[in-house]
Design a protein around this ligand. Structure first.
Ligand SMILES: Nc1ncnc2c1ncn2[C@@H]1O[C@H](COP(=O)(O)OP(=O)(O)O)[C@@H](O)[C@H]1O
Ligand SMILES: [Mg+2]
Length: 232
């Protein structure tokens, strides 16, 4: 199996009011393989989101190393210069997080086209690809709605379309079906299986949904700041 991301000895704590330290990650070792759907499970507050932020380069660990293996190049993610990390994120990593960070002044089509525009794809082509991806998530009839004109579930689907439109090598998703009804959740899950099979896209999904977990190729269970079990 081909590794895409390896995390070693990841520790992370938060300090509140300058005194109370919450140790969230206590030394996580994890290998992520190309083309897998890895679900991270565990009770609320166990550190799933924190782990996703660290793995996906958005947060720095206190200790430990996250290494990306991409096109025969090896990156220690937190040692890259900020513009190199930004570039890597835009080209290789997709994010589907709880706070969607959709741009409020842009409509759905523009939000989804944005990562393509940033990559230098011409506006017309970017809009064509964005439209296609919005069709896949069932939002053909919402192209020109701005985020505040969309429901929570629709916003989540825009965020999913935006994360997938660039065909990233790896997608991190935090409770991606949390705001979706049963049908939209199923569409999303079928889509990720499709992408995994067609493009060997890798998915790392934090979830407590058993339905989502039933699509996983591996499940990592977290407890007390550690991964205590891997089921494959
Ligand atoms: N920015 C932060 N500052 C302080 N504590 C935090 C912060 N983010 C998360 N925590 C705490 O860290 C723990 C793990 O949070 P999180 O990673 O969101 O867990 P999960 O996603 O598994 O529910 C929780 O106890 C939470 O309160
Ligand atoms: Mg969480």
């Amino acid at each position: 199996m081909e590794k895409i991301v390896v995390a070693k000895g990841i520790k992370k704590s938060y300090i509140k009011n300058k005194s109370i330290r919450t140790v969230v990650l206590k030394g996580i070792d994890l290998e992520i393989y190309r083309g897998e759907i890895l679900c991270i499970m565990g009770p609320s507050g166990v550190g799933k989101s924190t782990l996703l932020y660290v793995l996906s380069s958005l947060e720095e660990p206190d200790e430990g190393v996250v290494t990306y293996y991409l096109n025969e190049e090896i990156y220690e993610i937190h040692k890259q210069k900020p513009d190199e990390i930004a570039n890597l994120r835009n080209r290789k990593i997709g994010f589907v997080f709880q706070f969607h960070y959709l741009l409020p002044e842009f409509d759905a089509l523009e939000n989804v086209a944005m990562p393509l525009i940033i990559r230098g794809i011409k506006s017309k082509e970017a809009q064509k690809q964005a439209k296609e991806m919005l069709g896949i998530v069932g939002l053909n009839n919402r192209l020109n709605h701005r985020p505040y004109e969309l429901s929570g579930g629709e916003q989540q689907r825009v965020a999913i379309a935006r994360a997938l439109v660039t065909h990233p090598a790896i997608v991190f998703a935090d409770e991606p079906t949390g705001n979706l009804d049963t049908n939209s959740a199923k569409t999303f899950l079928d889509l990720i299986v499709d992408l995994k099979e067609k493009f060997r896209t890798t998915f790392v999904i934090a979830t407590h949904s058993l339905e989502v977990a039933s699509y996983a190729t591996r499940i990592a269970k977290m407890k007390d700041g550690l991964i205590v079990e891997i089921i494959s």
